[in-house]
Design a protein around this ligand. Sequence first.
Ligand code: 0WD
Length: 256
Amino acid sequence: NVSLEGKTYVVMGVANKRSIAWGIAQALDKMGARLIFTYANERFEKPVKQLADTLTKSDSLFYPCDVTDDADIKSAFQSIKEDVGVIHGLAHCIAFADKEDLKGEFVETSREGFLTAHNISSYSLIAATREAAPLMTEGGSVVTLTYLGGERVVQNYNVMGVAKASLDASMKYLANDLGKDGIRINAVSAGPIRTLSAKGVGDFNSILKKIEEKAPLRKTVTQEEVGSTAYYLLSDLSKGVTGEIIHVDSGYSILG
Ligand code: 0WD
């Protein structure tokens, strides 16, 4: 165990207690980190603050940050700089696609739906990392969340799969840029977990069922399992690791 006492991490994307971001926040809190939460809009302010009240540490900070707006991202990290100065890492747990693009045939994807998915789910990593990196003056680590649908075709995942492929490649290019500043960036490819976002994916139940039947571990993964791998990537335990995708998926991705 490597303590995160004295370290500060920004967690983007806690919507409710089922959010994968919340699993990451709990794992970091358990190891003694101070947490900073950003949320998309006022609607999430109260629930995020209520969740943070259940953490062991009570020094969390909260900032609105709609990742479709460059000015919003800039001002959130500017405020974080003024309020805490140095940060040690960032967990990017944000994605969105229109529901109608998460079912049926991929070939029907509209230009607008394609751009929305890529804007929120992929470009946001680049924009947030650009603003966060200057605050990581003691070195740092960024983690993003991806999914198998970016590596191969997963029924109904459609445009989000293509956005995840873009996210994965962005993560690698960012790793190459940031390495010289002592900043690492990696992705966790999580198995399916029932969250608010997952509700949008057509026939999500059968995706979960397939994992229980076929994955080597014969079970779906938990937020806690994703959280502890994110902790590993955000801590010095993974000091030599950057540009990597770690599958936390009960082994499902090794199957043909
Ligand atoms: O099965 C799953 N649930 C998997 C999820 C498997 C593999 C990967 N993932 C990924 C998702 O694609 C996403 O990148 O994990 C990440 C987190 O998703 P989640 O935990 O499944 O879903 P959810 O709880 O709905 O969180 C998504 C967040 C929300 O949080 P906040 O508090 O920030 O609002 O993305 C947010 C959404 O509101 N979000 C935005 N945040 C800022 N600006 C925006 C936006 N414009 N749009 C959506």
